[in-house]
Design a binder for this molecule. Structure first.
Ligand code: HXC
Length: 258
């Protein structure tokens, strides 16, 4: 039987939490771990009671990277024919908002996993890096693209070519993370943020997430066209009728998420 490497919780209404639980390897991401994260996220994505998802690790390590002991065995043919990155891309395709709550090491694939999420809440001990160069390889799950978008070319080059590690304070300064809290509080604060997002109308949150992500893919005009299309579509939702009515009637809205 495959070992279970994640814990699944619903700490408060509307919030689904996935906790990496492979402490003996600092949450190193082998194929089973990534498959289990993807499967759990897809289950929360399909669950009408969940409005926001949190991915977290331990205080010591969010994840110390892809599993080096597993990768050591791999050849180029094995990588190509096994298409080992497919399960990673499932994570980036989740339609609901996803928050990474990061403490300790977020290295290599661990940093890439955090960056696949929509927001990062970090502890003061969080340390971000892409040290693949030390192994004779390079980031393969989005690091060269997402880190560059997040922190800019100069810092991204230094992180990836020179194995520079970014502290939580630096990551906040460069725009990689949303917020930084003491280690005793970062997860509670991530849950609070997720709980707030989970109370928002669910169709609109998905439309916003999708449109913001298009800002990385499309030209400005194409992105504006996409935004306009989503904006118009929301006028067909019950939540739009309810939100505007509630404002006019000076009462809180009752969202239906449809
Ligand atoms: C497999 C790992 C691991 C990893 C740590 N461990 N990182 N096992 N893959 N990525 C294991 C160690 O072998 C060790 O197991 C145990 O976790 C504790 O680690 P230590 O090194 O003893 O802890 P410490 O001295 O505190 O150092 C922490 C560390 C270091 C700085 C995070 O472990 C480290 O440098 N790890 C590798 C980081 C890295 O290079 N990540 C990028 C991987 S490449 P034992 O059995 O010895 O006790 C990558 C490519 C992604 O991510 C591409 C997309 C798929």
């Amino acid at each position: 039987m495959t070992q279970q490497y994640i814990l699944i919780e619903t700490p408060v209404d509307g919030v689904g939490l996935i906790r990496l639980n492979r402490p003996e390897a600092l949450n190193a991401l082998n194929s089973d771990v990534i498959n289990q994260i993807s499967t759990a996220m897809e289950a929360f994505d399909a669950d009408d009671t969940i409005g926001c998802i949190i991915l977290t690790g331990s205080d010591r390590a969010f994840a110390a990277g892809a599993d080096i002991k597993e990768m050591e065995q791999r050849s180029v043919v094995g990588m190509l024919t096994g298409d080992k990155l497919t399960d990673w891309t499932r994570i980036a395709r989740i339609s609901k908002p996803v928050i990474a709550a990061v403490s300790g090491w977020a290295l290599g694939g661990g940093c890439e996993l955090a960056m696949m999420c929509d927001m990062i809440v970090a502890s003061e001990s969080a340390m971000f890096g892409q040290p693949e160069i030390n192994l004779g390889i390079m980031p393969g799950a989005g690091g060269t693209q997402r880190l560059t978008h997040a922190v800019g070319k100069a810092i991204a080059m230094e992180v990836m070519l020179g194995d520079r590690r970014l502290t939580a304070a630096e990551a906040l300064h460069y725009g990689l993370v949303n917020r930084v809290y003491p280690v005793e509080r970062y997860l509670d604060e991530a849950i609070k943020l997720a709980a707030k997002i989970a109370t928002m109308p669910g169709v609109a949150t998905r439309m916003i997430k999708a449109a913001v992500n298009k800002a990385y893919d499309l030209s400005l005009q194409q992105g504006l066209d996409y935004e306009k299309r989503n904006f118009y579509l929301l006028f067909g939702t019950e939540d739009k009728d309810e939100g505007m009515k509630a404002f006019i009637e000076k009462r809180p809205p009752q969202w239906k998420n449809r």
